[in-house]
Design a protein around this ligand. Structure first.
Ligand SMILES: [Zn+2]
Length: 325
């Protein structure tokens, strides 16, 4: 059935897809955890990095559903489970982090334990709007994919061209699902140095090879860089924050300017927009041709370009000089 642009826009709710990255102890996991102030989180923990969430108020912690996936070099289950979870309803065993685990299904049958006691079920396609899915971390998923690709190889095995291509394919599949997802997503990862096409060194989110990492931003609407400056956590989400660090947002949310170390404003501003879309939808039933609401997806983004204009550069230089003294 043909749809008018107005009605399609009205259906076009925004589901923010955020990648937050930075060095260890830069506050990225905590910054994602602070979303529990207003949202329920389903937190996929692939690297046992969730202790930091204990710093959050107890009331917030109660809104975080932790799904631990014990991914190791010898049992690289992470990438397999992640690829199944993003597709739809998944029953994950608590012991191995495996979807539809045969072993745990048998245990349930043989014992008087119920499925609910041994498995966690997550259905990403039927999540309420107040829920955000967090993947911690893409670093570990990369390691998991490499371990899976080289599973039957000797310890000193060196990955060849086909292996790297395979890695890119697995990560592309995972990230493409997230890109299309009708739910809110946060991916946490570390930082890595890469090079722009003009040969400039730039810090980008880690995922797959350096080349893959350089283009990682395309799957996300928001790229947030977390760092520690003068013993404080600082988040940048705006393209103009730095020339050497990749960050950017499809909306006007500027975490650094506002001094915020939580991802909350990105999601609350999207929800505000969604609410106004709902109002437009009501309008369209009477006068379908008029709508002034601009979808966030049509906003331009300069995520991949690290160029900034000179006046901003000057301001930044002045700012840096000031913070040094
Ligand atoms: Zn199991």
């Amino acid at each position: 059935m043909a749809k008018t642009i107005a009605s399609r826009k009205a259906e076009n709710k925004t589901y923010p897809k955020v990648i937050i990255y930075g060095a260890p102890k830069s506050g990225k996991s905590l910054g994602a955890g602070k979303l529990a102030e207003e949202y329920n989180l389903i937190w996929f923990d692939f690297e046992n990095g969730s202790e930091v969430l204990e710093q959050l108020p107890t009331e917030w912690q109660e809104r975080i559903q932790l799904v631990s996936i014990p991914d190791t070099r010898d049992f690289p289950i992470g990438i397999e489970t992640a690829l199944k979870v993003v597709k739809g309803k998944s029953k994950i065993c608590d012991e191995h982090g495996k979807v539809n685990c045969m072993l745990c299904t048998k245990t349930a049958k043989d014992s008087d334990l119920s499925d609910d006691e041994l498995f966690t079920t997550v259905d990403v396609n039927n999540l309420p709007d107040d829920t955000i899915v967090v993947f911690d971390s893409l670093t570990q998923l990369t390691n998991s994919a490499i371990a899976q690709i080289t599973r039957n190889q000797p310890d000193d095995y060196k990955l060849n061209y086909d292996d790297w291509a395979h890695l890119g394919m697995l990560l592309d599949r995972f990230l493409s699902y997230l890109q299309q997802a009708k739910y809110k997503v946060v991916v946490i990862t570390h930082e890595v140095e890469s090079e722009t096409e003009s040969g400039k060194t730039i810090i980008v989110p880690l995922g797959g090879t350096r080349n893959f990492a350089r283009n990682l931003a395309k799957y996300f609407g928001h790229v947030v860089y977390a760092e520690r400056k003068l013993k404080k956590h600082v988040f940048s989400s705006s393209t103009t924050d730095s020339t050497t660090v990749l960050s950017g947002s499809r909306t006007s949310v500027d975490l650094q300017k506002d001094g915020v170390t939580s991802l909350l404003p990105i999601f609350t501003s999207a929800d505000k927009k969604n609410k106004s879309l709902k109002d437009v939808k009501k309008d369209t039933t009477t006068k379908p041709t008029t709508t002034n609401t601009k979808s966030a997806d049509t906003a331009t983004t300069t995520n991949s370009s690290a160029t900034i204009n000179d006046s901003v550069k000057d301001k930044l230089a002045a700012l840096r000089a000031r913070t040094k003294t």
